[in-house]
Unconditional design. Structure first.
Length: 597
């Protein structure tokens, strides 16, 4: 039932409309069933009939599919018959996505053809024809495949027709294609262009198809889109599990004047943060794949609960981004910021008191990204690799190098209903001069280490001290004894490493509910300080404060519920730390806005 498009009537069927009888949809369902079985080894599968009968009250239809499954086949011998000169057939075997003995799958054959087209194209052949020839052995129940690689008909793009874009100007859509009228036709590039159009977020539906042009060697590319609203005025009040009450006013436009530009202004107030931000991006300067933009922000952050101080940040962040290969991009950026550590409490660690004041940071940086996902919105296979490098010291008061790296891979199983992902991430911060300040270091917890509160792990000052009783003006109350307390200040770390594993899956509810489940496990560590010994109230103490900055491993497991709501995708995490230190801050529940991928 999950393979066909026709749905049984349900609670929300009146919204989604897939429970109405449509004979054309029934014919399409027969093809969907065929694909479903061919992907699971049933090479002899047939749909014998698909009938729709009216019920006795003539109110509903009963739909019946009669099928013959047949036996399950596995892959037999896999061969390449290359009929092009100077083409190494054995080298092309790396394009195979299956192996001999695995369950036969028509999708795996299609994926291998796509890979072969790409590999042969890299060898300089623009016009190729790859035909799979099945060698079926009913007795052994195997299907061998011979991929015949030959020179195909020369086909060129005659024109690209676009319809449905009543607001977005044509050139915004056309620049998503890496080919133009007169170029050699490339089916893989057409699919990539469709993904780029979807990734824009301007359209609720994107359909890209091809048809014969004015001659056999001409092809017409038809692009049909349905535009969605891209501007937003949000006036909101809410509650965040991390920040408490939240007030937000924002005006944004992702497709400014239909030119694909992004403009946003935002004013945010939460329990611990007040922020004013403005940003602008031109994604295609001079209609080239060259994004440029900038952000200006003013943020006040109350970190009293985590680290006994408050922070004020004023920043200007210009950047430019461009491709360096088909699947690689490079972003060059610069950050000029004024970072103030203020209102340090009397309980604060000396490691934080020494950092009080304002410093200017001038830091150029870059981000390199390798993206080989099969889909930019909901990936079910492929991976992303990202490396960032920032160097502070081009003027300003701070001098350090910040390096981070991340790799994340996805793999779908059971017809991509279940998607597993694994993410590895690490970072290093190295000072070139004075010791690093607490605001420069890495912190872990919250969304990036589930099961632990924000800034919940890593080096902390947990020294036992005594402090005087103060009045509301901060003056000592006379004739009062000092109060014994234990500090609990997160100091961050110069180094971190994380591994995150996750599996998402449907919960068996109707698809229109948009509710999915997930299981996850996080493992990581945060460690390293430039200085671990500090003098604390030297007039009253003789023993220095010693901070443990060793690399202690933490781990957590948990479950997630994802809800596709009208306000955006919501994520509810329930996590339990299984490996932790005594001083860590834990957190069982957190909800955020974000996709399940």
């Amino acid at each position: 039932r999950g393979a066909v498009e026709t749905r049984e009537t349900g609670l929300l069927s009146f919204i989604f409309g897939s429970d109405t009888y449509d004979p054309d949809r029934l014919e399409f369902d027969k093809e969907l069933l065929r694909r479903f079985y061919l992907d699971r080894g049933y090479a002899d599968f047939e749909v014998l009939s698909a009938t729709a009968e009216l019920t006795s009250d003539r109110e509903d239809f009963l739909v019946t599919f009669t099928v013959e499954e047949g036996p399950v086949f596995t892959f037999g011998a896999l061969e390449i018959d290359a009929r092009l000169p100077d083409l190494d057939a054995e080298a092309l075997r790396t394009a195979f996505t299956m192996q001999e003995g695995e369950t036969y799958s028509a999708s795996e054959v299609d994926d291998t053809i796509d890979n072969l087209i790409f590999e042969v194209g890299q060898a300089g052949y623009a016009f190729i024809d790859i035909r799979p020839r099945a060698v079926k052995d009913d007795e052994a129940r195997t299907v061998g495949v011979v991929f015949e690689v030959a020179e195909g008909p020369r086909v060129y793009v005659e024109r690209i027709d676009i319809e449905g874009n009543t607001r977005t100007v044509d050139r915004v859509l056309r620049r998503q294609f890496r080919l133009a009228e007169g170029d050699a036709f490339n089916a893989r590039e057409i699919q990539s262009a469709r993904n780029r159009l979807r990734e824009l977020g301007f359209f609720s539906e994107v359909d890209v198809s091809t048809e014969r042009g004015s001659a056999d060697d001409r092809a017409v590319v038809n692009v049909s889109v349905v535009e969605r609203l891209t501007g937003a005025l949000q006036l909101g009040v809410g509650f965040s599990s991390a920040d408490g009450p939240v007030g937000d006013i924002s005006v944004s436009e992702r497709n400014f004047l239909g030119r694909g530009q992004f403009v946003s202004a935002r004013f945010n107030i939460s329990g611990d943060q007040q922020a004013i931000e403005f940003s602008f991006e031109e994604p295609a300067l001079l209609d080239r794949d060259l994004a440029t933009g900038f952000g200006i922000g003013f943020v006040q952050l109350d970190r009293t609960d985590e680290s006994s101080f408050q922070e004020t940040n004023l920043s200007f962040r210009p950047y430019t981004e461009f491709p360096i290969a088909d699947d690689q991009r490079l972003r060059l950026r610069y950050r000029l910021s004024s970072d103030e550590i203020r209102d340090v409490t009397i309980l604060a660690s000396p490691a934080i008191r020494d950092d009080a004041g304002t410093q200017i940071t001038s830091a150029p940086g870059l981000t390199w990204t390798l993206d080989r996902r099969n889909d930019p919105i909901e990936p079910t296979r492929g991976f992303v690799v990202e490396a960032t490098q920032d160097v502070a010291g081009l003027g300003g008061d701070t001098t350090y190098s910040r390096t981070t790296g991340r790799v994340k891979g996805w793999r779908g199983v059971f017809d991509d209903l279940v998607v597993a992902s694994l993410e590895l991430e690490a970072g290093a911060l190295v000072s070139f001069g004075d010791d690093l300040r607490v605001t420069d270091r890495f912190f872990l917890g919250g969304d990036d280490f589930r099961g632990f509160a924000r800034d919940g792990i890593g080096p902390r000052d947990t020294t036992f001290i005594t402090v005087p009783v103060l009045d509301d003006d901060g003056n000592r109350v006379p004739n009062t004894a000092r109060i014994p307390v234990t500090r609990d200040d997160a100091l961050g770390g110069n180094y971190f490493a994380m591994a995150r594993a996750e599996v998402t899956f449907p919960l068996g509810l109707p698809e229109e509910f948009g509710i999915f489940g997930g299981l996850f496990a996080d493992v990581g560590t945060l460690f390293g300080l430039d200085q671990t010994s500090f003098d604390d109230f030297p007039s009253r103490r003789t023993n220095p404060v010693i901070i443990d900055d060793s690399a202690q491993l933490r781990a957590s497991v948990g479950a997630s519920v994802f809800v596709d709501s009208p306000f955006g995708p919501l994520r509810f995490n329930f996590a339990l730390p299984v490996v932790k230190e005594e001083e860590d801050r834990t957190e069982f529940f957190r909800f955020t806005v974000g996709t399940r991928f």
